[in-house]
Design a protein around this ligand. Structure first.
Ligand SMILES: [Zn+2]
Length: 441
C-alpha cells in the first residue's frame, strides 16, 4: 500500500525532527493533534457528547486551561460503556480497526478498539528508540512476549519478517522472531543461540530471572540489548543483565490502550512520546505532580479514534522526571510502576516472576484485597482483608495454588488485615518481595 508506506515514513521522519523541537513547539503540535481528537470524539462518540463541554468555548474554541475539568475515564467505564465509546465513523485514513483484549490477571479484563493509524504511530516510535540506541536493523530481534504455537517447526520461534523500516536497505537483511512466552529458560537459551539473537524483547523481571538461570545453569550467552516492556526497570535488573549477557536494557513503556507511551533515551531517562499521546501524572486530588512526585498515570492517546480515550486512568503509577541532559525536550518520567508483579526467590537460587493467581482467588478466600509477600528465604505471607470478619475463606486451596505456582516446599502463613494499603485501587491482588536476603530485591 504505497499510501500507507508514505505516511509511515513521513511520520517516522517527523519524529526524528520533533524530538529536538522546543518545548513550546512540541506542546503546540500536541494540542493541534488533541484538538482533532476532541472534536472528533464530541461529534462521533456518544460517550463524549457532553463530557468535554467544559473545554469548549461558546465560539467552539478549546480552552486548554479547563483541561483538568474533563472527567477521568476509569477502567470500569470501558466495560460499562463499551458500546457508547465506539465512534460512529472514523477520520479519513485512520482505519481499519482491530479489537484488543488486555489481560484480566488481577484487574478487570477490558477490550479496546484500535486503529491502523495508531499502529503506524507505534512503529514510528519504536524505530525512533532503536535509532536512539544505534540498534542495527540488519541483525536479529527475538521477542519473548507472545505466543508462538507453531514454533516447534522452526527451531522454537516463528518468523515475523523484518523489524526495521521497509524502505531501509539494511533492514531488509534483518529478521524478527517470536518465541512462546511460556517456554522455560532452559529452552530459551537454545532458541536464542539457534536464531543468532542480537536483541531480545522481554520483560525486565523475566530478563533478570533469565540472567540468574544462565548463571545457575552455567550457560554462556551474549545479547547486545534487551528491549524491556511492561514493568519498572530497576538498577538491579540493568546490572545483572549487563554482567551476565553484556546486555544494556532499553526501557519501553506501553499499553494496549495507549500504545507506545514513553521510551528510554541513551541517558536512561524515560521520555514521553508526546507526538502520540498526552500523558499526565496526577496526585490524589487530581492535580499534576511535580518532578520527583509519584502519581496516577492518565493518558489521552491521539490516534485512538475508533474508541477515544480522553483522560483515561491507565492503572499505573509513575514518578515525574526532570528535564534530561540528552537534549530531547519531551518531558520525562523517573519510573513507572506497572502491573503488580514481583520476583520471588527460592533458597536453591531459582527465581520466579509472579503476577497472577487464579481469577477466582479473591472469591475462594472471601477477600477484598490480597497481598502475597515473600518474608523469608522460604517463607511467604498471604495478607488479606476479608469481606466478612466472622467468616473464613478456603485458605488451603489458595495455599495449594501458590505452591503450584512457586515451589512445593514454601511456608505460607495467612494474615487477616484491616489496613491493607494497596498502591493500586483497581488491583485485587498484589505481589511484593520484602525479604532482603542475599538474592532478593
Ligand atoms: Zn534523555
Amino acid at each position: 500500500m504505497p499510501e500507507a508506506y508514505g505516511l509511515q515514513r513521513q511520520f517516522f521522519e517527523m519524529l526524528l525532527d520533533s524530538q529536538w523541537w522546543s518545548t513550546e513547539a512540541l506542546r503546540d503540535y500536541q494540542r493541534s493533534q488533541l484538538s482533532q481528537l476532541l472534536r472528533h470524539a464530541r461529534a462521533n462518540v456518544p460517550f463524549y457528547e457532553r463530557r468535554l463541554d467544559a473545554l469548549f468555548r461558546a465560539n467552539g474554541d478549546i480552552d486548554w486551561d479547563k483541561w483538568g475539568e474533563v472527567p477521568i475515564v476509569k477502567r470500569q467505564d470501558m466495560i460499562d460503556h463499551r458500546q457508547a465509546m465506539q465512534a460512529r465513523e472514523l477520520p479519513n485514513g485512520h482505519g481499519p480497526t482491530a479489537v484488543f483484549k488486555t489481560s484480566g490477571s488481577t484487574g478487570l479484563a477490558i477490550e479496546i478498539t484500535s486503529t491502523a493509524i495508531a499502529a503506524v504511530a507505534d512503529r514510528g516510535f519504536r524505530w525512533r528508540v532503536h535509532k536512539w540506541h544505534d540498534l542495527d536493523w540488519s541483525k536479529t530481534l527475538i521477542s519473548r512476549l507472545g505466543y508462538a504455537s507453531h514454533s516447534e517447526w522452526f527451531g522454537g520461534a516463528e518468523a515475523l519478517g523484518i523489524w526495521g523500516p521497509t524502505w531501509d536497505s539494511s533492514a531488509k537483511q534483518g529478521a524478527a522472531w517470536m518465541m512462546d512466552r511460556e517456554r522455560p529458560n532452559e529452552d530459551v537459551f537454545g532458541v536464542l543461540r539457534r536464531h543468532h539473537c542480537t536483541y531480545l524483547n522481554s520483560g525486565a523481571l523475566s530478563s533478570h530471572v533469565m540472567a540468574r538461570d544462565s548463571v545457575r545453569l552455567g550457560v554462556e550467552l551474549r545479547i547486545e540489548a534487551i528491549l524491556t516492556q511492561g514493568n519498572l526497570v530497576r538498577q538491579a535488573d540493568r546490572d545483572i543483565c549487563r554482567q551476565v549477557f553484556g546486555a544494556r536494557l532499553i526501557e519501553h513503556y506501553s499499553s494496549k490502550e495507549g500504545g507506545q507511551l514513553a521510551h528510554g533515551c541513551p541517558l536512561g531517562k524515560l521520555h514521553l512520546n508526546v507526538e502520540g499521546s498526552l500523558l499526565e501524572v496526577l496526585d490524589h486530588e487530581g492535580n499534576p505532580c511535580h518532578p520527583g512526585q509519584t502519581g496516577r498515570v492518565v493518558i489521552t492517546p491521539v490516534f485512538q479514534t475508533a474508541q477515544p480515550l480522553i483522560r483515561y486512568e491507565q492503572g499505573d503509577l509513575a514518578t515525574v522526571g526532570s528535564p534530561c541532559a540528552c537534549g530531547r525536550t519531551a518531558p520525562t518520567l523517573d519510573g513507572v510502576i506497572g502491573r503488580s508483579i514481583s520476583l520471588f526467590v527460592h533458597p536453591t537460587g531459582r527465581a520466579k516472576v509472579l503476577s497472577i493467581l487464579p481469577d477466582d482467588t479473591p472469591e475462594t478466600l472471601q477477600s477484598v484485597h490480597l497481598q502475597v509477600a515473600q518474608v523469608g528465604p522460604n517463607a511467604y505471607e498471604l495478607r488479606y482483608q476479608p469481606i466478612d470478619w466472622t467468616r473464613f475463606g478456603d485458605e488451603n486451596t489458595v495455599a495449594d495454588h501458590l505452591r503450584d505456582l512457586l515451589w512445593d516446599d514454601i511456608e505460607i502463613r495467612f494474615v487477616r488485615r484491616r489496613d491493607l494499603a494497596l498502591a493500586r485501587a483497581d488491583k485485587l491482588i498484589e505481589f511484593v518481595n520484602e525479604w532482603s536476603g542475599p538474592v532478593a530485591n
